[in-house]
Ligand binder design. Structure first.
Ligand SMILES: [Zn+2]
Length: 81
């Protein structure tokens, strides 16, 4: 498989011979990366990435949290309280 050259790499390659322009390009056109843990954190019970309750280091999704909140010792959660 051929690795596609990104626009950033292509422009950076053409500007290699022009140090002033290259430094300006790298300064203002840095790669925008997502925070590393944006999608890597998942529910420890059902592996769902959405609706994660990371409060107090629980890492349950909101639905699993509803089910196990009472067992964990939460006195009030949801309608049954
Ligand atoms: Zn879950």
């Amino acid at each position: 498989m051929i690795k596609m050259e990104t626009a950033y790499e292509r422009i950076a390659k053409t500007l290699k011979g022009k140090p002033a322009k290259y430094s300006r390009f790298t300064r203002f056109n840095q790669h925008k990366t997502q925070p590393h843990d944006a999608r890597s954190r998942r529910c420890i019970r059902c592996n769902r990435p959405e609706g994660l309750v990371s409060m107090h280091g629980l890492n349950y999704c909101r639905e699993c949290f509803r089910e196990v909140a009472k067992d964990l010792g939460f006195r009030k959660y949801g309608k049954e309280a």
